[in-house]
Design a protein around this ligand. Structure first.
Ligand SMILES: [Mg+2]
Length: 262
């Protein structure tokens, strides 16, 4: 009886989604799936709650977290794909350009700007869209498979800042937690979408395995300072890109409500 009822319900759905008189069995599965997963508008309470949560993320007020709150999945989806994320990114880029243009460079090639890579220069949004915008626990195997495709797009506002810095005469250092094994694909991906002329790309080497990002990046910045570089600016989507010692003269935190790296 239950099976019959299920079958009847399914057929009703098929009938309802088929446009009735223009029935075409070959086009059925797609519209059916889309309809069933259509998002409902977010309530004011959910928006308020998730905005407060996102603010706490950006202000680094949360304890280390592994996934976004369940109830904020659609909120994060909206933020990332509608106007919010882009607008916040543009704001950060504009402020960074404004600051960079006031820095007096010595002209000895030692004035530098440090960029993180993922969610700073490269957007992995298509990957995270497939993984619940941070609702799923981070899966490094699946993520590495995505990285190896080399198809991440540029964060346009960061590309603008990047180009501006090169024009102004800064040397650009890229400092990423990506493994040294992914150097070639990272270079290929970055250059393909318009990032050129960096001074150095520093990845996580064999000797860096297991180091928390704050420690890794602090050590690498320490080496830069030891080599006589002056770090005027540092852009990253994680606080672990920016905190520690030595720090940059100015740090620019890009938004990222999808994941947290300690
Ligand atoms: Mg990053």
């Amino acid at each position: 009886m239950k099976t019959l009822y299920t079958l009847f319900s399914f057929l009703s759905l098929i009938y309802a989604s088929s446009g009735q008189e223009n029935f075409n069995p070959h086009t059925l599965p797609r519209p059916l799936i889309v309809d069933l997963y259509k998002k409902v508008p977010l309530s004011e309470d959910v928006v308020l709650h998730c905005t407060s949560w996102r603010f706490a993320v950006e202000a680094n007020n949360l304890s280390p977290w592994k996934t976004i709150p369940k109830e904020c999945k659609d909120y994060v989806d909206d933020y990332m794909n509608k106007k919010g994320y882009k607008s916040d990114l543009e704001r950060v880029s504009k402020e960074a350009i404004l600051y960079a243009s006031t820095v007096e460079l010595k002209g000895d090639g030692k004035d530098i700007w440090v960029f993180d890579v993922d969610e700073t220069l490269l957007s992995n949004l298509p990957y995270y869209a497939q993984h619940g915008y941070g609702l799923e626990i981070f899966d490094n195997v699946a993520f590495d498979e995505w990285v190896d495709k080399g198809t991440a797009e540029a964060i346009e506002s960061s590309l603008k800042l990047y180009d501006e810095l090169v024009k102004l005469g800064f040397k650009v250092f890229l400092l990423t937690g990506r493994s040294e094994r992914r150097r070639n694909i990272t270079v290929e991906n970055l250059t393909k979408i318009g990032f050129h002329d960096w001074e150095k790309l520093i990845l996580r080497g064999a000797e860096d395995q297991g180091k928390p990002a704050t420690q890794l990046k602090s050590e690498k910045r320490g080496q830069m300072v030891e080599e006589g570089y002056r770090i005027h600016g540092n852009s990253g989507d994680q606080w672990s890109d920016l905190l520690g010692s030595p720090v940059s003269v100015r740090s620019f935190k890009l938004p990222n409500p999808m994941y947290y790296i300690a």
